[in-house]
Design a protein around this ligand. Sequence first.
Ligand SMILES: [Cu+2]
Length: 118
Amino acid sequence: MRRMRRPHWPRSLCECVRSAAAPRRPRRTRRRRVGAVVVEILGVNGDRSLSPNPIDVPAGRAVVWHNGDFETHHIVFDAGDLDTREIRAGRFSAPMPAAAHAHYHCTIHPSMVGTCAR
Ligand SMILES: [Cu+2]
């Protein structure tokens, strides 16, 4: 006589509850590199969109942008020599070398402007 295969069920209700209550892995976030100057993206508010502004980046140090806003931003230097790519809400850009006396803006929100004063 052939037996029918039983579907896989939890052995007990406890097993089912235990797996449902298992802690979730924390969401991965990109950490900023130690030593980099951090510019906070605050929102779309002209030259007050970024803090600090202007930025003073000592020679040899990098700059990272942290998107503290709810929208995606994309920072580029006006001269075209720096491009953070899109920075989603809550994320950091990669560390970038900052050019002296450079102006930058957000490609998505052109009213967002900043200056590197070194
Ligand atoms: Cu923007």
